[in-house]
Design a binder for this molecule. Sequence first.
Ligand code: SAM
Length: 274
Amino acid sequence: MRIKALLEKYNLRPSKGLGQNFLYDEGIARKVIAAADLTPADHVIEVGPGLGILTRPLAEQAGRVVAIELDRCLVEILRETLDPLSNIEIVEGDVLRTDLVELVPPGVPYKVIANLPYYITSAAIRHFLEAPRRPQLLVIMVQREVAERILAAPGEMSLLSVGVQFYGQPRLVERVSRGAFYPSPQVDSAVLRIDVYDHPPVWGDNPARFFQVVRAGFSQRRKQLRNSLSAGLGLSAQEITNALRAHNLDEKLRPQTLSIEDWGKICDAIPISR
Ligand code: SAM
């Protein structure tokens, strides 16, 4: 098998700390790439190319691939093994510290493809969704439980699902068993595609305000909205109740039951805190 052979050849041990669970099922790799609907016009950013199972086929279908890898040993191997492909740029570094503006030419749309290292899953998703230049879409492999949280519907919402569904529409591409990786992680995975809105449809002009209210709402999950919003926004419980009632919103709701649209209405209702 190619992954094990490469690790042996270069005398490498996968690093747990860097979330190195290498995908070796090429059928799954093909599905990840197919989900991105690539054309030769596409610019792709790949996070954590590892030993390159996704990188090479990406470069065969997209116009240009920039792959950001933190592990210097892997960067050297990738530069050696992917050498003849001229449309790949391997960047050594931490994706969370990478300025996306420098990676893709101005005005050019881009797509993100990644089998994400599990320890930065949420941070990496936020890094792209909250960037001044957001991608058109992301196709990402994440832990199955994280995928379920991202895809959650009202009743099961969390800061993570609101954080993603505010910016785009996630859908499940494929469930992936832990056996598709070397070494096998403790849990199964899933591939998600997130289609990013050009402009978020609810409170898209002021995400900072939207998330100020959402964070306040989730700060005390078990409490009713009236109390958590009051504590988080520095307004009295009575002010919150009055504002919500004036917009026909129930102050006793709990944050996990609310959709993005509901949060938008709550933001409309609540006066900016003093
Ligand atoms: N894409 C490869 C695959 O599918 O087999 C590797 C995926 S592995 C789950 C995650 C990769 O991300 C590893 O190669 C790891 O070294 C790299 N990585 C870990 N932390 C990173 C970071 N902060 N920035 C960029 N790459 C990182």
